[in-house]
Design a protein around this ligand. Sequence first.
Ligand code: DQA
Length: 139
Amino acid sequence: MNLLIINGPNLNLVGRREPGIYGDQSIDTYLNKLYRKYNSVSFSYFQSNHEGEIIDKLHEVGFSDLDGIILNAGAYTHTSLAIADAIAAINVPVVEVHISNVHSREEIRHHSMISPFCRGVIAGFGLDSYRLAVESFLK
Ligand code: DQA
């Protein structure tokens, strides 16, 4: 099982960024624990604060033998028709992830441009949302 985790803008700051919303554990610490827990899964990771780089990565891996992509597009979730188009274009299935429950936050976060093109959506379980996304590919 080969999975790629893609994190979009500002997610490199998880652990320091708004800890009341995103927690105080760094994303690197969390992901290293996740990799250890699922040691039979081969993980790769990409983070970018730039929309076009996320699209380039989706194109790069989207026709490969990767089993799945776990994507937290950050604020681009709510704005990016271009990322939505890239997900629609590729063959590898994408699961949309959010750390926070976007539906309990400001109205602008209630709409996702990318959800229609994703296999499923996991939101609101803190960093555990990423683990739940991994589980969804193991079934
Ligand atoms: C987020 C939710 C988005 O609304 C926000 O812009 C983020 C993080 C989350 O993981 O909860 O950057 O995707």
